[in-house]
Design a protein around this ligand. Structure first.
Ligand SMILES: NC(=O)C1=CN([C@@H]2O[C@H](COP(=O)(O)OP(=O)(O)OC[C@H]3O[C@@H](n4cnc5c(N)ncnc54)[C@H](OP(=O)(O)O)[C@@H]3O)[C@@H](O)[C@H]2O)C=CC1
Ligand SMILES: O=C(O)CCCC(=O)O
Length: 484
């Protein structure tokens, strides 16, 4: 049972047009660390999604008409309330998602940072004046809110993936209908409770839970939705993009990755171990920017693997609220099965186990942090995102070979490399076909930096000064008759 300072943050109803709404059918939400039911959410579908869209459509004109300064003040209040309630939000997040409390607290601050950032950016949506081809004309470009936004978010970051979309959408003057992941809905509903308190008007921020394909079907079908922002698997991203085609919606997609993490022979090995640990084991490896393939240059392979394996052995697996826990459970048994499948396949094809390799003695969906050595490109781990605490170490000999190996994937989200040679740093950074490159660091995310991928990892950028562009449409005013 959750012990919250403010129990009103734990909502088991959807939030449509400023009202908390229930449904006859419910879905139980469980704690992945214990299997216990935390609470229930309404199972809503197409009709309720249509209702939420209608509410968002009705609410948007007044929200858009507010000055950017007025929207900014309300968003800033939301940001402050999120920080004031950090501990409760972290408890809810850790219970539904499983991540260690320390990571959950960090995610709440990270999530809040997007609201603060876009509260500020609301005031910096600038237009342009362009020279006209005729003397009696002037061309002016204005930027306006794109319209009602639909957002569909995943379970791995139940707080920050919502604020990263809601922040820019609301700052731009859009209203939003959000469908959070069924496994982690309570963080989203708690954010909605705080949104009301902050003064976000009824209908501007709506949260609806239930049948994904029905709700997603309505959000993508409706001509009243102008934009879809989705974070999740590549397969569902493709499906939603196809569904958006009929009404030509603007889409932002933040999809799967297959991040290479490269250690060159001139790297600071201790720093590389530190970076690899953060990048690989954050959220038990369930992050789309987690290192998925660790490439180590031949001459430092043994030294790096020894240091890395020692560091992995120090991780403490346990329930997120436990003292000193650094790795929680995976989200569900399906996630565990994928890790097991990748390990089995690699071992059958000649990889060797340096650490872990099996389900953890704690049961449920806990899995041992695992290190595999002598991994090759034939193995599944080279091609598929594991999304779990498995670190496969590949060997490479030259920079040219590495570039070819690192880019040999249909994904292009995050990549990382460690080197102290400035020429190599520029060459490799420019050659990697990825939206983000971590150079001598395993931590690349912040509200200040553009987050997003190329190839089948997605479209658009979140966070940063670019993040608001996805929620804006450009209008050209061509003004004639000036000389008359
Ligand atoms: N880029 C990223 O950050 C993420 C990547 N992934 C990758 O995807 C794999 C599978 O994870 P999974 O949770 O199944 O990811 P999904 O893509 O299935 O889920 C992400 C979101 O999409 C919703 N969704 C699912 N099906 C539909 C649909 N037909 N129409 C509209 N919305 C839909 C989900 O709802 P519901 O929860 O109700 O099913 C959830 O809100 C992971 O192992 C990982 O590899 C997963 C999560 C995040
Ligand atoms: O898409 C994800 O997996 C969540 C993004 C994590 C981050 O912002 O660092």
């Amino acid at each position: 049972m959750l012990q919250l300072k403010n129990p009103a943050l734990f909502k088991q109803a959807c939030y449509i047009n400023g009202q908390w709404q229930d449904a006859a059918e419910k879905i139980a939400v469980t704690n992945p660390a214990t299997g216990e039911i935390i609470g229930h959410i309404p199972k809503m579908g197409r009709a309720e999604a249509a209702k939420a869209i209608a509410a968002a459509k009705l609410a948007m004109p007044a929200w858009q008409k507010k000055t950017a300064q007025e929207r900014s003040v309300i968003l800033r209040r939301w940001f402050e309330l999120i920080l004031d309630n950090q501990e409760d939000l972290a408890q809810i997040l850790s219970a539904e998602q499983g991540k260690p409390l320390v990571e959950a607290r960090g995610e709440v601050i990270y999530g809040a940072s997007f609201i603060e950032w876009f509260a500020e950016e609301a005031k910096r949506v600038y237009g342009d004046v362009i020279a006209a081809p005729q003397a009696d004309k002037r061309i002016v470009v204005i930027k306006q809110a794109i319209g009602v936004v639909a957002a569909i978010t995943p379970w791995n970051f139940p707080n920050a993936m919502i604020t990263r979309k809601a922040g820019p959408a609301l700052a731009a003057g859009c209203s939003i209908v959000l469908k959070p992941a069924t496994q982690t809905p309570f963080s989203a509903l708690a954010l909605a409770a705080l949104a009301t308190e902050a003064g976000i008007p009824n209908g501007v921020f709506n949260v609806i839970t239930g049948a994904a394909s029905e709700i997603g079907g309505e959000l993508t079908r409706s001509p009243d939705v102008a934009k879809l922002s989705f974070t999740g698997s590549t397969d569902i991203g493709k499906l939603l993009m196809r569904q958006c085609a009929d009404t030509i919606k603007k889409v932002s997609l933040e999809l799967g990755g297959n991040a290479p993490f490269v250690v060159f022979d001139d790297a600071d090995l201790d720093a590389a171990v530190e970076g690899a640990m953060v990048s690989k084991f954050r959220n038990a490896g369930q992050t789309c920017i987690c290192a998925n393939r660790i490439y180590v240059q031949e001459s430092v392979y043994d030294a790096f693997s020894a240091k890395f394996t020692l560091a992995v052995a120090k991780l403490k697996v346990g329930v997120g609220t436990g003292e000193g826990v650094t790795q929680g459970p995976l989200i569900d048994d399906k996630a565990v099965q994928k890790v097991e499948e990748h390990i089995k396949d690699a071992l059958e094809q000649g990889a060797t186990l340096a650490h872990g390799g099996k389900r953890h003695a704690l049961g449920h969906s806990f899995f041992e942090p695992t290190v595999l050595l002598n991994v090759t490109t034939k193995m599944k781990v080279a091609r598929e995102e594991t999304f779990g605490p498995l670190a496969p170490l590949f060997r490479f000999s030259s920079e040219e070979e590495l570039i070819q190996l690192a880019n040999d994937t249909e994904f292009g989200l995050a990549s990382y490399f460690y080197s102290r040679d400035i020429g190599r740093i520029w060459r490799v950074a420019e050659a990697l076909e990825y939206g983000m490159v971590g150079i001598n660091t395993g931590t690349i995310s912040s509200e200040l930096a553009p987050f997003g991928g190329v190839k089948q990892s997605g479209l658009g950028r979140e966070g940063s000064k670019y993040g608001i562009d996805d929620y804006i449409s450009i209008k050209c005013l061509c003004m004639g008759g000036i000389d008359r």
